[in-house]
Design a protein around this ligand. Structure first.
Ligand code: GDP
Ligand code: MN
Length: 367
């Protein structure tokens, strides 16, 4: 999409090129990793921790906040503490941030969820998934354990970092006045968000918000003159005849300022989206919610594309091309790859080898 090109080529220089010895002399940012997880995901969580520790946090020792709607058991806590280099805190997500809000009839909401299950919408029939999406959309940044922090880096079970990150991305974001950072932008499954853009667009109109150039990243280009569809096929979702192109920052990775989410503008946005019922009657993900909020409230210069981070979550990965020199790709969105089961195993075997600890210093290990 053109706006990604704008972000990556015009406004957004990579913070660092080439390999560096990690500089750990500067003070740390006021930041933490945030991980929402369940006890049964321990293996996946440890995989992720091993990876981020090996490729970044063994030098920087940032703290972790683990959150769960249930209670973490002792095995979970002990194992996590065993693999982390920074301070670790475990917190519970209370019913004020999880589950059905008191303004909705849970029977109606539940019917909405079940219907999505019947229609085979991905995770649509899974109540807990809806709870999770709403939590990450409107609540995680209000959790008491995050109150003391200004920045977060989101981690999930079963992710992998491929390249050593030898600089502090928080400090770099602060230095260059960034608000939100991503590694992968992909298209959402349309059936999970049929009406999300109507509401986001209505919010923007209602509040008299003018695009600062990022909103366009999420708008389907208009058909060329003479190629317009017949009038009865026009279904403008948003105001001004705009349609959502389904693009969003993939939110299982995020490095961002918490005060963006804690702002009155974001809260108004969340409230309006939430009250529409879209977290129940549809299966809105926190990724398109964060992305559309950024589109309405931020400018391309506020966004950072971490195109130098090698990152994989389940079946999609982003890997900077042509390392070890870590030359930067000119068309970064082509870097996103989807992997089937066989390809994943191959890749895993490859990275296993590279993940073996090396004797001397750091390396840039992307192919
Ligand atoms: P996907 O990445 O969209 O396939 O969804 P995941 O299953 O990975 O869920 C996203 C994040 O939310 C992960 O960090 C999960 O561990 C977490 N998560 C999802 N559902 C629940 C839940 O019911 N309880 C808790 N505590 N965490 C959850
Ligand atoms: Mn996941």
């Amino acid at each position: 999409p053109p706006a990604i090109r704008k972000i990556s080529e015009k406004h957004d220089k990579v913070f660092v090129t080439g390999c560096l010895e990690p500089d750990t002399t500067k003070p740390r940012a006021n930041a933490a990793f945030v991980v929402l997880a369940r006890n049964k995901e321990l293996d996946g969580v440890i995989q992720s921790i091993k990876s981020i520790e090996r490729h970044f946090n063994r030098w920087y020792n940032y703290p972790y906040v683990f959150l769960n709607d249930g209670d973490f058991n002792q095995t979970f806590k002990d194992t996590v503490r065993n693999y982390t280099s920074g301070l670790v805190e475990f917190g519970k997500v209370g019913p004020d941030m999880w589950g059905y809000p008191d303004w909705i009839d849970p029977k109606v909401a539940k019917e909405g969820v079940n219907k999505q299950g019947d229609n085979a919408i991905m995770y649509g029939g899974m109540e807990s998934y809806h709870f999770m999406c709403r939590f990450y959309s409107g609540f995680f940044y209000k959790h008491p354990l995050l109150a003391k922090y200004e920045w977060y880096w989101r981690l999930e079970p079963e992710i992998k970092y491929f390249c050593d990150i030898t600089y502090d991305p928080f400090l770099k974001m602060i230095e260059s006045n960034k608000t939100y950072g991503f590694t992968i932008a992909v298209k959402e499954l349309r059936e999970t968000v049929p009406n999300i853009f109507r509401y986001a667009s209505a919010y923007k109109r209602l509040k008299g918000i003018k695009s600062q150039g990022l909103w366009e990243m999420f708008v389907e280009p208009q058909p060329e003159k003479g190629h317009e569809p017949p009038p009865d096929e026009i279904d403008p979702e948003g105001m001004d005849g705009e349609k959502y192109n389904m693009c969003h920052f993939w939110s299982n990775f995020e490095i961002a300022r918490l005060d963006f989410f804690r702002s009155k503008e974001y809260e108004d946005f969340f409230q309006m989206m939430d009250r529409s019922g879209g977290f129940w009657m549809e299966r809105w993900g926190d990724a398109p919610i964060h992305s559309l909020a950024a589109g309405a409230l931020l400018a391309p210069r506020d966004i950072h594309y971490f195109r130098d981070f090698g990152y994989r979550h389940t079946t999609i990965q982003h890997c900077p091309a042509n390392a070890p020199a870590r030359q930067l790709p000119r068309q970064p969105w082509l870097e996103v790859t989807t992997l089937d089961e066989r390809k994943r195993k191959e890749e895993d075997a490859y990275w296993e080898e590279y993940d073996a600890p090396k004797e001397n210093g750091v390396g840039c290990r992307c192919r």
